[in-house]
Design a protein around this ligand. Structure first.
Ligand SMILES: [Zn+2]
Length: 106
């Protein structure tokens, strides 16, 4: 079992950086709400989901702490083979850590 760990500030940064086109539903990262999308020959506006607003993300993290982390503790105390993976950094860095955790050499 792999447990990807990212601190709350980084989660807020990643999730609040997501926007979606209100017409074609394409996801974007690093573009702001209100910007225009012209993919697919239609014009849409980028919007941020309400649950990706920073305050909502922090509430979601509280729910995670209250309801999900006890499940992780249960697995850990019942002998689950759980490896914690530092999920900060680039996709390539995290992928390399996953490979190392699984004993896969490239
Ligand atoms: Zn679009």
């Amino acid at each position: 079992m792999l447990l990807f760990e990212v601190d709350e500030d980084e989660l807020v940064r990643r999730l609040s950086g997501r926007t979606t086109c209100d017409v074609c539903q394409r996801p974007f990262f690093g573009r702001s709400p209100g910007e225009t999308c012209t993919e697919g020959g239609q014009t849409g506006t980028l919007v941020r989901r309400k649950d990706d607003e920073p305050d909502a993300i922090r509430k979601r993290m509280q729910v995670y702490q209250d309801q999900t982390s006890p499940v992780i503790d249960w697995y850990a105390s019942h002998g689950a083979n759980m490896v914690r993976v530092d999920a900060l950094g680039t996709l390539e860095h995290v992928e390399a850590r996953v490979h190392a955790a699984l004993g896969i050499s490239r």
